[in-house]
Design a binder for this molecule. Structure first.
Ligand SMILES: NC(=O)c1ccc[n+]([C@@H]2O[C@H](COP(=O)([O-])OP(=O)(O)OC[C@H]3O[C@@H](n4cnc5c(N)ncnc54)[C@H](OP(=O)(O)O)[C@@H]3O)[C@@H](O)[C@H]2O)c1
Length: 260
């Protein structure tokens, strides 16, 4: 199926690895040009830059002025048809959510909620001009609050609520706004150094492999989602083939959430 993405320009955050990198790779494979924001240029992203399909922008999206700086670079170039708000991070709290400090809350809110809010504020007039679309990566934790990631869960819930408000606001302007909510995905966030599996392991939860195996077993498919699978869902949502889909959240969790 042709997704009609060839010739479009996308702006993707958290684009150097994990889900963001998979989204960039998928968009480039469909013929789109991508402006990719992250703090560091990974070898995989550098290869796409060398092929001429990607512009990399080094940016700290947790800094209050980071998202606007990224938007400025994209708008000064080829503009933006598709905005993918992917950046976000988890700091597991083995001691629970009650003692999370103001500084820790602010860090979570800056990266996992406000980076998207600030970037959308800067890019929305362009998206309205182009009748573009927004896909934002949320999480199952938006509706599955977990004290291990309580501040992250709250930030993702807020991101979902904000996205729905925005969809209601801009739908008549032709801009679609949807979210994607993955369960555990095979990326550094879960499986890398300092990731969820290692942090829970250090807190006495068995080996990192045990922690990951137990998370995989919690879904009905018995496995983590692959980043490319999340990327495929993002691409389909970005396509005008889904031109009447807006204000919706799409879960991709291997059946982890058992309720309807
Ligand atoms: N993996 C999962 O199980 C899972 C599940 C549900 C939802 N999600 C969500 O999916 C999204 C992507 O997660 P992931 O698993 O792909 O994470 P990841 O593998 O840790 O990748 C995170 C990306 O964000 C960038 N990044 C981190 N901090 C940044 C900052 N301050 N400024 C700019 N870029 C920054 C990283 O690049 P640099 O380090 O180079 O900056 C990297 O490209 C997040 O919103 C996450 O909450 C993930």
């Amino acid at each position: 199926m042709d997704l009609h993405l060839a010739g479009k320009t996308a702006l993707v955050t958290g684009a150097s690895k994990g889900i963001g990198l998979a989204v960039v790779e998928g968009l480039v494979a469909e013929g789109a040009f991508v402006v990719a924001g992250a703090r560091t240029l990974s070898p995989e992203l550098a290869a796409l830059v060398a092929e001429g399909n990607v512009e990399f922008v080094a940016v700290d999206l947790a800094a209050p002025d980071g998202p606007a700086a990224l938007a400025e670079r994209a708008l000064a170039g080829r503009g933006v048809d598709i905005l993918v708000n992917n950046v976000g991070a988890v700091a597991p709290r083995p001691d629970g959510v009650a003692d999370v400090s103001d500084e820790e809350w602010q860090r979570t809110l800056d990266l996992t909620l406000l980076a998207a809010v600030r970037l959308i504020r800067a890019v929305l007039p362009e998206l309205i001009r182009r009748r573009g679309c927004i896909v934002t990566i949320s999480s199952v934790n938006a509706t599955l609050p977990d004290p291990l990631v309580g501040d992250y869960s709250a930030a993702k819930a807020a991101l979902g609520s904000y996205s729905k408000s925005l969809a209601n606001e801009v739908g008549a302007s032709g801009v679609r706004v949807n979210t994607v909510s993955p369960g555990p995905v095979e990326t550094g966030l879960w499986l890398g150094a300092g990731g969820v599996a290692e942090t829970v392991s250090h807190a006495g939860g068995g080996t990192p492999e045990d922690v990951a195996a137990s998370a995989a077993a919690a879904s009905v498919t018995g496995r983590f989602t692959r980043p490319e699978e999340v990327a495929d869902l993002v691409l389909i949502l970005a396509s005008d083939r889904l031109g009447n889909v807006t204000g919706t959240d799409f879960r991709i969790d291997g059946g982890l959430i058992r309720t309807i």
